[in-house]
Design a protein around this ligand. Structure first.
Ligand code: SAH
Length: 226
């Protein structure tokens, strides 16, 4: 992996199937799929997704598909990254967003360019390290990493005005509900009888509003750390 000077610039810019033109095609597809937030579309056009996957998969990085990132995990497909981020951004002026499931760090990179601070938790240590290495190429300075079971949230920095969970849970972890600010929004895939559904949970002064949004397909939310 290139890390300095001109070679880093070329590496980030990409070529052929990893070039800006390919990213532009991805963004056009996202627009056709109903993504409207122009700041988000700009960030996804500018963020090299190919640097978050192994070199052998780089040419497929802009396909609308999940790809393996090792340790039985996947990088989320561009549409679902865009959709969850767009839903989160409906609430303006987000200062603290908690992400559960850093994975390769692509979703983290997108978020970090659109909100003030991102606190990201990953349970698989080597994956967290991998994500930190990938993210270092982008020199984003508002990302904080923790290796832990994300079901515990990150109490030191709570409450969060946004929480984004990238793995499908059977039930919404109680600690995450507690760490959501009043008026804050959580997006979380939940396993149900038909598969998985993306839920939007809004914390009100009086409790929580839960909405089922659309069917999704995520890797499972697991407890403990590796
Ligand atoms: N947005 C990421 C998605 C990665 S896949 C990306 O695009 O790369 C989901 C990630 O959630 C995996 O890395 C998995 O290890 C992690 N995960 C699953 N359960 C978790 C938990 N309880 N705490 C923290 N991370 C978890």
């Amino acid at each position: 992996m290139a890390t300095t000077g001109t070679s880093l610039k070329h590496y980030l810019e990409g070529i052929g199937m990893t070039s800006r033109r390919t990213r532009e095609r991805m963004v056009k597809r996202l627009e056709e799929q109903g993504i409207k937030n122009t700041d988000l579309l700009r960030v996804m056009r500018d963020t090299p997704r190919h640097i978050f996957v192994d070199e052998a998969l780089a040419s497929r990085a802009y396909e609308d598909t999940a790809l393996p990132i090792g340790y039985n995990q996947t990088i989320s497909q561009p549409y679902i990254v865009a959709k969850m981020t767009e839903l989160l951004l409906e609430k303006s002026g987000l200062t603290k967003v908690l992400e559960i499931g850093t994975g390769c760090g692509y979703q983290t990179a997108v978020l970090a360019q659109l909100v003030q601070n991102v606190y990201t938790v990953e349970r698989i240590l080597p994956l967290q390290k991998k994500a930190q290495n990938y993210l270092a190429n982008l020199a984003l300075e508002n990302i904080y990493h923790q290796h832990n079971d994300g079901g515990l949230g990150w109490a030191d920095y709570a409450p969060f005005d946004g929480i984004l969970v990238s793995a499908a849970a059977d039930t919404v972890p109680g600690m995450l509900l507690q760490q959501l600010a009043i008026g804050g929004v959580m997006l979380i895939p939940i396993v149900n009888d038909c598969g998985q559904v993306l839920q939007r949970i809004t914390r009100l002064t009086t409790g929580y509003q839960v909405e089922d949004l659309e069917p999704v397909s995520f890797v499972p939310f697991l407890s403990g750390v590796e």
